[in-house]
Write a new protein. Structure first.
Length: 256
């Protein structure tokens, strides 16, 4: 019987690769509850944005408390993985959400505007995709289930909080800059994955990876699926940028 803190990776354990038992065992409630909580918290942030913005002490308490919880969840992921795999590439924080989470923690504690745009676009999109296509391999009987959903939930809510409470609205320059950073990271990861047989950020040119990620066949296979990844990224960045500027009335309060 596995313990509550079992943290085996679904990409490294033959049991997980050959059986979808844990994913199937997730109840409907376990699947939808994270979305319900996320929507409620997002609504509360929007509803009480002025109160949070005007009360500096309350804002600080929220950020510090959230930052501490976020940091503990973030570190526990790598500590538990290290306990199982030791000095292995799987322990490296090279997934897009891991990178965005690190920057989000900095943002929460320091209110650093420089990292905000990347957290907003890459973090928000990456975390939402993770919510929609969870690959943690565990149900609510295990710590990994809570670590996954809470950490990714905070990653989604952090840029939303700073958008409405601190009025951080990414301008065109910041949007382009964030996209350029994302492209640079993707290029680095393609090279790193090729030479280390890894799959960080799910960008790779090794055709053998198709056995591990068969869904890629629906997008032209390897490496042609990368074209669709690029198109999707450009479209999402553009659409989100337009929506946010519409919601914030042209980004009229983007300077804080």
């Amino acid at each position: 019987m596995k313990s509550f803190f079992d943290y085996s990776s679904p990409y490294r354990t033959p049991y997980f690769l050959e059986n979808a038992e844990f994913e199937i065992q997730m109840t409907l409630l376990e699947k939808i509850m994270p979305f319900i909580i996320l929507i409620i918290l997002g609504y509360l942030i929007f509803k009480y944005k002025n109160k949070f913005s005007q009360d500096e002490q309350l804002d600080k308490k929220i950020r510090v408390t959230t930052g501490i919880i976020f940091t503990m969840l973030y570190l526990s992921h790598f500590i538990l993985r290290f306990a199982i795999y030791g000095f292995d590439t799987i322990v490296l924080p090279f997934q897009l959400c891991s990178i965005a989470m690190f920057l989000a923690i900095i943002l929460i504690f320091t209110k650093n505007r420089t990292v905000y745009a990347f957290v907003f676009y890459a973090g928000l999109l990456g975390a939402l995709i993770s919510y929609l296509t969870p690959n943690h391999g565990y149900n609510a009987m295990y710590y990994r289930y809570y670590q996954f959903y809470i950490a990714h939930g905070i990653l989604i809510l952090t840029p939303i909080y700073f958008l409405f409470v601190h009025k951080y609205v990414p301008n065109l320059k910041e949007t382009i800059y964030s996209f350029a950073i994302l492209q640079s990271l993707a290029i680095f990861m393609v090279i790193f994955n090729y030479f280390n047989n890894t799959d960080f950020m799910f960008v790779f040119v090794d055709k053998a990876k198709i056995e591990k990620f068969p869904a890629i066949s629906s997008f032209g296979g390897i490496p042609f699926y990368l074209i669709w990844v690029e198109i999707t990224a450009i479209v999402l960045f553009t659409v989100i940028s337009l929506i946010i500027r519409k919601v914030t009335k042209g980004g009229s309060y983007e300077s804080n």
